[in-house]
Design a protein around this ligand. Sequence first.
Ligand code: HPA
Length: 273
Amino acid sequence: MGDLYQRLTEAEDVLNRLTGRDGHDVVAVLGSGLGGYPDTLDGAVAVPYSEIPGFPQPSAPGHSGTAYSLEMGDNRVLLYSGRVHHYEGYSTSEIVFPVRAAIMSGARKVVLTNASGGCTPGIDPGDLVLLTDHINLSGLGPLRGDNDERLGTRFPDMTDVYSPALRRKATEAAASVGISLHEGVYMWWRGPMFETPAEIRMAITLGADLIGMSTVPEAIAARHMGAQVLGISLCTNRAAGLAGRKITGEEVIETAGRAGRLRALFDALLPRL
Ligand code: HPA
């Protein structure tokens, strides 16, 4: 396996060489059903994850496994179309490797998107929600094992995982294109099964507004490396037991794929983040 820092340096070198840039300012991870966003953009250089050492290959539907590099406003932006999840069999350290490599290449701002189930009344399918905090119910995390101080401190603070400054910028960008954003706390469940109604009642009692199967490991790794994080969730369904019907993976992907609002928000936000 080799030393993590060494492996990240190798991935960063390949990423820079294949994208033809000497680094990036912003990285955005496109979650379930959102991976088509780069198709709407001109001038992006596409690099398959398979060409970048250490990058895991996504198997979940709607996750292609391609990195896109382009300039948006003053920012050199890296878009990751597709991420891997714990339920695919990857460890949390493997999950966060692409985000860590982007941060090594200079991306001090990390935008994490996901599809989620809404728990709080008023958060409905199609709504966009800025994450204000998360609850790591899984107890898993990418910082287990030896800590390399070149990456970050052993005991990173988790007070403002989701940057208040970036949240303000996102709110302004959304207002400029007539989009309203909710705010909420995201709870990570490992999946791949959706939750039971009893689990959702518990999650609500514990303070969750949204439920999903990603994002938290990447947010932890990004904070460990001192990057600023913005979390944006697209509610694709009411969480289990709240809508009086069953949830399917197909409906999640389909609702996320129709999410024109997130595309419009990205167009307004990424150039000025
Ligand atoms: N639960 C967990 N993950 C999800 C959901 C959900 O209801 N919807 C989209 N991703």
